[in-house]
Design a protein around this ligand. Sequence first.
Ligand code: NAP
Ligand code: HSE
Length: 441
Amino acid sequence: MAEPLRIGIAGLGTVGAATVDLLRRNAASIAARAGRPLEVVAVSARDRRRDRGVDLTSLEWFDDPVALARAPGIDCVVELMGGSDGPAKATVEAALGAGRAVVTANKALLARHGAALAALAEAKGAGLFFEASVAGGIPIVKALRESLAGNAITRVSGILNGTCNYILSRMELEGLGFAEVLADAQRLGYAEADPTFDVGGFDTAHKLAVLTSLAFGVEIDADAIHVEGISAITPLDLKMADDLGYRIKLLGVAERTATGIEQRVHPTMVPKTRPIAQVMGVTNAVTVSADAVGELTLVGPGAGGNATASSVMSDLVDVARGVTVAPFGRPSASLEKAERMPMQRHEGGYYIRLSALDRPGAAAGIATRMAEKQISLESIVQRRPSGASTDRSGRSGTPVPVVLITYATTEAAIRAALDAVLADGHIAEPAQLIRIERDLD
Ligand code: NAP
Ligand code: HSE
């Protein structure tokens, strides 16, 4: 048998421990596919005494992951610590600098430093692989970099964060509270070390930045993305969406338009009849639209140790086989700069929930402001809070939720109309606004 690939793993948490376990469990079939054995020879984590559910006794231990990256006798370094800077960046730079292949699941690192790391990898003739960085177990990185290399891609979109989809699904189906479900996602190993990255939409943006670079040949740049998370989504919004025939999903969308590549991450109402609305729990789904293949959707587990280890392993097999490929599918010097597209130009339908003051002329005033901006309304729904008392005219004196669903319009028109409604004093607080995507497959 050929020489083994000697692997050093930095980070032994949810993904790191699952990777060690998977490599041992399927060692024979992995070696057969790779043409040589894959052996973990060294590991690094912060706490040496912690039980990680895998036997580490035969492995060399490093307190310092950078020392592991430079240690003799290691062919490939797997970075599974997380974080855009600090030890993760130092470890990857040290390994690439030493001409060693790197496998990482760290989208935060790639989103911030991917361009420089890809250039370093190319300069040193070292591989930089990151299948596990996007959508957990779904092989979307290789699909874009290799399988779809013959296509002109027009759009990549989908559910890219397992934690958020898990939270929205359980809030809607089980009526549970946001904090309770987030705690479950953390316990199950889905959430980032700082879950703000998940619920704030930043993790989805990091992944979208990776996909945009691979799909459109632009330099990875998360700052070019408009980002909104799910923290402001209330049970009332989920209920209203359900009543109106929609589900709320956190989507990442990158699309080539006449004026550039639009990149956005935000909660989105999708018709319940569309396949993407059926993607529930920790499952992710990525849809690619391209000229030759048409439309392609990959669906699978978006987070969790085993699913993510599966993606790490696919990269390790590539390294063992001696595969060389530019990290973002083409030489990094040829990647173009991504421009940030102003969200004001976005066109689509909108769900607008207003806390309207229950007084004469409020509804008419709101409708007038919409009409002034040529916004056509598909429906208006007014819900009096249950238990609210009313006077003889039937008014409660307290704010009443009013939901408007618009036909396609521009974000600029919606924002201007809502500013006017707020200035008129018809609403008690700024509007809740959720974009609608009606044409998804
Ligand atoms: P995790 O459970 O928090 O594990 C992080 C590991 O890194 C821990 O073992 C920790 O050591 C180690 N570590 C942190 N700082 C270190 C340092 N300075 N030196 C040495 N070791 C250090 O994280 P995870 O969920 O496995 O995620 C790891 C990476 O995979 C992240 O980039 C994440 O975004 C990405 N990812 C995660 C998932 C998922 O479902 N969890 C899916 C896809 C991608 P201790 O254990 O001793 O504290
Ligand atoms: N926290 C991430 C998620 C892990 O929930 O999708 C997978 O990248």
